[in-house]
Design a protein around this ligand. Sequence first.
Ligand SMILES: C[S@@+](CC[C@H](N)C(=O)[O-])C[C@H]1O[C@@H](n2cnc3c(N)ncnc32)[C@H](O)[C@@H]1O
Length: 327
Amino acid sequence: MKLQLETLYKNRENVHEHFLQDVLDGLNQNPKHLQSKYFYDKKGDALFQDIMAMPEYYVTRCEMDIFQNKTKDLATEILADGSAFDLIELGAGDASKSLHLLKYLQKTGAKFTYMPIDISGNILEVLHQKLQSHIPNLDIRLLEGDYFEMLQKASKVSSRRKAVLFLGSNIGNMELSEASDFCFELRKNLNKNDIALIGFDLKKDPHTILNAYNDPKGITASFNLNLLERINRELDGRFDLDKFEHFQNYDPLSGACRSYLVSLENQKVNIGIHSIDFKKDEVIYMEVSQKFSVEDIQNLSVSNGFKLNKTIMDSKKWFADAIWTAV
Ligand SMILES: C[S@@+](CC[C@H](N)C(=O)[O-])C[C@H]1O[C@@H](n2cnc3c(N)ncnc32)[C@H](O)[C@@H]1O
C-alpha cells in the first residue's frame, strides 16, 4: 500500500492550545458547551467502537447494510464518467463501512486515491492497519486534522475530480444552520460535477432513537464523561466524574437528540490556572445527533449548490446515503 501521512497539527503544542481555548470558551458560555470533536482521543475512539457494536445503536448497522448490499449503486454514482478521482472521506473513523466500497472500486480497476481525513491520529492508525490487511494495493493518503483544512490540503496536492464521503450521520452532529453552512463550505471546496455522498439518519420511532443514545450499560454516558477525563488528563483539569451525570433527550418535532452532562451539586472546577463554577443541575451541552426527513435532505442540497442525484436507503428505511452533484 502506498502511504503518505499529512498532518495539520505537526506542532502538538498547537493542538493543546486550541483544545484549552475551546474548552474555556465553551465552559464560559451560557449554557455551557463542549465541542464534540474533542470526544475522540484514544479512549474516546475505543468507546465509540463499543457504541457502534451496541444492539441499541442501529445507526452503524443501517449504513453498513447500504455499504454491504448496495455497493454497486454507490460505486456507479462515484465512478460517474469513469475518469480518475480522489475519494476523500471526512471524519473517516475506522472506515469499516467505506472498506466495502473501496474493495468494490478496486475490483473495477478504477484509478483513484483514497484520502481519509480525521482529527484523531489514533483512529487513522487503526484505519491504516485495517486497510493494509484488507486492500494491500490501495493508493492511500492519510490526512490528520480538521475537515476543511485537510480538504484544502487535498486540493493542493491533487487536481483530480473529487468524490467526498461524509458518513455515519456526522452531519447530524451539527445544529441545522451549521449543517447548512457546512454544505455551503463543502460546495466552495468542490468543482462543478464533483460528488458528495452524505449519510443522514432519518426521523423514526422516537423510542428507537432515544434508546440508541441512552443505553442501559452506560457506554454512551462513559463516552460523554470521557471528555471531562480528557480535560483532566491533557489540560490539568480537576473534574470529579462522580459529580456529573449523563442526560439524553430526543425531540421528535425538531429531530434533535441531545446529550448533556448535569452537575450534581454546586461546585468549582479548576482547569490549570482557570476555574469554572457550576450550579447544582446546571448542564454542559455536549452534542446534537440531528435526525432528518427526506425533504430536509433535498432542501439542504439545493440551497447549497448541489443537485440531489440519488438517495439510497437501508432495508428498514431508517438511514439514507444521499448522493449529490455540485452544480
Ligand atoms: C461519529 S464518528 C464516525 C466515523 C465514521 N464516519 C463512521 O461513520 O463510522 C466521527 C469521526 O469524525 C471525526 N471528527 C469529528 N470531528 C471532526 C473534525 N472537525 N474534523 C475531522 N474529523 C472529525 C472523529 O475523530 C471520528 O473519527
